[in-house]
Design a protein around this ligand. Structure first.
Ligand code: DGY
Length: 321
């Protein structure tokens, strides 16, 4: 007797996904897009029982309201590593596993932190504008403002997860002194743990934020931390905008309380404030720390590999919950 083939699992896509993921996802699975429906919750109330999995992006995530409308949900596969837009508690309560692209993007996010650090310290963007504007020819040699030495400087890393450890490891190539702040010391790493964030800021030339977003770290970097970083300290944020009190940061930049900031993430991105766009001594990037051709392709593949592993073998390649 031949058994009828199992129907392809149905996925709910909760927000837009890059074509390099959406296309192969559609080729392998039956995918429906929640955001195509003008009243998504009403539609889901009628149709939600059909979905076995969610495919989402870490940047947009989805709201906990969806979960009671998805009684057959088995798994969530997210493009990215951030958990701040994913209803972790509600998933945990239902015992639904979450996969992210953890491990795939660590190098590129760390590289982006370094790109900001070096560009800030050596004034790369200002220097480019100076040469292009013709100002160099007018001023003559040796008039461009001096940068800051990176080799041998002091690096503070806030958050020593997988990406934080890559950021710290890269510093060995620049003979930097590295210390880190996290809730608990991380076992087996060669860098000094500093439990007091203000003390770490005071002792850093470059303070790199790569901690998880969410309520637990909201405004972790506030006015006292910025004051401790001081007029020779640079702030680099490749974590989440919410980790920094943006009003305090704008004030610190305007008053020269810190040397400058390199930011890949913001409050209310992509519609960041006019004040932030005009802030002095800042380098701003449009949340692209993981955005290289190689890594974005690997992330798309990992979202699919996690779903395949779940529906074929009941396991995940990179579980996050
Ligand atoms: C991530 O992986 O969380 C990126 O920051 C995209 O949101």
């Amino acid at each position: 007797m031949s058994s009828s083939p199992r129907p392809a699992p149905r996925l709910l896509q909760t927000g837009p996904l890059v074509p390099s993921l959406a296309e192969p996802l559609n080729a392998r699975y039956t995918v429906e897009r929640l955001f195509d429906h003008p009243d998504p919750l009403t539609w889901l109330r009628a149709e939600g029982a059909r979905f076995d999995g969610i495919a989402c992006s870490a940047g947009l995530g989805f709201s906990a309201d969806l979960l009671p409308l998805l009684p057959a949900l088995q798994v969530v596969s997210s493009y990215g590593v951030g958990l701040d837009k994913i209803p972790q508690d509600a998933l945990r309560a239902r015992g639904i596993p979450l996969a992210t692209t953890g491990g795939v993007l660590d190098d590129c996010v760390a590289d982006a932190a370094w790109a900001l650090l070096m560009a800030l310290g050596r004034r790369v963007v200002e220097a480019d504008a100076y040469v292009r504007s013709g100002q160099w020819a007018q001023d003559g040699l040796n008039q461009f403002p001096l940068g800051r030495r990176i080799s041998g400087a002091r690096l503070g890393v806030v958050g020593l997860g997988r990406i934080g450890q890559v950021v710290a490891r890269r510093a060995a190539g620049f003979d930097m002194r590295v210390a880190y702040h996290s809730r608990r010391p991380v076992a087996g790493v060669p860098w000094r743990h500093e439990p007091d964030l203000c003390a770490l800021a005071r002792d850093s030339d470059f303070l790199v934020l790569i901690t998880a977003g969410g309520e637990a770290t909201r405004h972790l970097v506030n006015a006292p931390v910025l004051e401790a970083l001081g007029p020779r300290g640079y702030l680099i944020n490749v974590a989440r905008g919410s980790v920094v009190d943006e009003a305090a940061l704008l004030q610190a930049l305007a008053s020269g309380q810190i040397a400058g900031a390199g930011l890949d993430v913001f409050d209310n991105e992509p519609a960041i404030s006019a004040a932030m766009r005009a802030a002095p001594r800042t380098l701003l990037m449009p949340h692209i720390a993981s955005a290289t051709e190689e890594t974005r392709q690997a992330m798309a593949q990992r979202v699919i590999d996690n779903l395949d592993a779940w529906f074929e073998r009941g396991e995940l390649v990179s579980p996050a919950l």
